[in-house]
Design a protein around this ligand. Structure first.
Ligand code: ATP
Ligand code: MG
Length: 477
């Protein structure tokens, strides 16, 4: 078992933040490359430690070397890997992933993606003539809780399927074979151009979807009768946002709500993975959103995972940064069991890692078997093939979809109900405090009245006694 790698990255202040005078109120103080002190909105100092902290002067290559390179090397050795950028909107997730642009020529500014592409091709360049390899690339975005193929926009509702042998699969997603780094970058650039991006008050080019880049690396050794395959997934999440800060309205507001919901589903998965009683397996709500279902293998599964928590250093974003850092601190407790994947007999290599054979392919196989075996045996074989992920039960794909939609709707309804309940409680509290103040005032008033009465009573009583004593004295005299 190993923990996931968690790093924090603080971007430089933006020119807008500098103009607002935020330069004087930066919320972090560096201790060393793993630890820093964070000042919250009550001026309390909290110490955070991560596997590595990248401060504002850190270089894109520092992030690649520490966070991504070990995962790139693993993926070449058939251990699946996932790299995720997480954080508030405008915190630097896309910048870390792509750089200022995917085809950016400034070597220093290049993001993780172009470096990963180069790293993969460098690690695979066959010094051994017996080795042949191929790299396939898919790109999807999760937009408004639907998975869209960024290489083929007509595929706008891709469904998720799970197979025992291949793990999570995107049913029918486009895979492009890339032959060299330049071709890979051109394809990435084409996919990125199709991604949903919008302007908000917090970020001129805000990602309005979660973007997922999938590299499938297949290697074949002609000496051995085997081939191996590893998957490397990079995820550039859309940022969490406070609607009052981003000024979202209309469609952008709907996007923000969906983004926040799926990010809270991600938070719930991480909580369940890290809160469970030791030694007992509790239910992990992976199916509550497309994002968590797609990342199932990366969160407590068999992939090696790295998380980059991107933050603004400005005191004006202190609550969002604190929540990002707490998310990272919790994620650090997730345990995964990375293992070598997909070592297959060469004879099984006809199908690709993520494209399930279609209806036509399945029925051809079953027809062939039907010619030689009896009906019962064919049925049994079909069940076994589906169980092992050799054939796909298309019915179950739809069920998966329905369950996911239902879960997402239930979460949405519950969240709306919770929001209403919270505002009702706030309103009741406010009314309660007004009533309390009224009661206090009237009690005080009645005390005053009581005191006055007592004073009048005492005065009259005192007067009567005085007059009586005076009369008695006169009579005695
Ligand atoms: N390390 C950095 N160095 C220089 N500029 C940066 C850095 N990180 C982010 N920026 C700049 O900050 C701005 C916002 O960054 P970016 O678009 O990456 O945010 P994001 O986290 O992807 O936001 P969203 O969730 O809205 O997509 C961009 O103009 C980007 O160039
Ligand atoms: Mg972004």
């Amino acid at each position: 078992m190993s923990s996931i790698t968690v790093c924090a990255r603080f971007r430089p202040l933006t020119s807008k933040e500098k103009l607002n005078g935020d330069a004087d109120s930066v919320c972090i103080r560096c201790i060393d490359s793993e630890t820093f002190v964070f000042k919250d909105d009550k001026d309390e100092e909290l110490t955070f430690s991560f596997d590595r902290v990248f401060y504002e002067e850190s270089k894109q290559d520092d992030v690649y070397q520490f966070l991504a390179l070990p995962i790139v090397r693993d993926s070449v050795n058939a251990i699946n890997g996932t790299i995720i950028t997480y954080g508030q909107t405008g915190a630097g997730k896309t910048y870390s992933m792509e750089g200022p642009g995917i085809l950016e020529c400034d070597e220093q500014k290049k993001g993780l993606l172009p470096r990963v592409v180069k790293g993969l091709f460098d690690s695979l360049s066959p010094s051994d003539e017996e080795l042949t390899f191929s790299i396939k690339l898919s790109m999807v975005e999760i937009y408004m809780e639907k998975i869209r193929d960024l290489f083929d926009l007509s595929k706008d509702n891709i469904q998720i399927k799970e197979s025992k042998s291949r793990g999570i699969i995107l049913h029918g997603v486009t895979e492009i074979t890339v032959l060299d780094p330049a071709e890979a970058l051109q394809s990435l650039s084409r996919g990125i151009a199709n991604r949903a991006v919008g302007e908000t008050q917090m970020n001129l080019a805000s990602s309005r979807s979660h973007c997922v880049y999938i590299f499938t690396i297949q290697q074949e050794f002609s000496r051995e009768k085997r081939m191996r395959s590893g998957k490397l997934i990079l995820v550039d999440l859309a940022g969490s946002e406070k609607v009052e800060k981003t000024g979202a309205e209309g469609r952008v507001l709907e996007e923000a709500k969906t983004i926040n919901k799926s990010l809270s589903a991600l938070g719930n998965v991480i909580n369940s993975l890290t809160c469970g009683l030791q030694g007992k397996t509790s239910h992990i709500p992976y199916r509550d959103s497309k994002l968590t279902r797609m990342l199932q293998d990366a969160l407590g599964g068999t992939a090696r995972t790295a998380l980059l928590c991107c933050c603004s250093p400005s005191a004006s974003n202190v609550s969002e940064s604190l929540s990002t850092l707490r998310f990272g601190a919790r994620a650090k407790h997730i345990k995964s069991s990375p293992r070598v994947h997909c070592i297959e007999e060469k004879s099984n290599t006809g199908s690709t890692a993520s494209s399930p054979p279609g209806d036509e392919f399945s029925s051809r196989i079953m027809n062939e078997l039907g010619k030689r075996l009896n009906v019962e045996d064919v049925k049994l074989l079909e069940e076994l093939f589906i169980q092992e992920g050799i054939l796909y039960d298309l019915q179950s794909v739809e069920e998966d979809q329905e369950i996911e939609n239902l879960n997402f709707q239930t979460i949405s309804l519950l969240q709306e109900a919770l929001e209403k309940l919270t505002s009702a409680i706030d309103e009741l509290k406010r009314e309660n405090s007004i009533l309390k103040a009224k009661v206090d005032a009237s009690v005080e008033f009645s005390f005053c009245k009581e005191d006055k009465k007592r004073l009048i009573h005492n005065t009259i009583f005192g007067g009567v006694i005085f007059v009586s004593l005076w009369g008695l004295l006169v009579w005695v005299i």
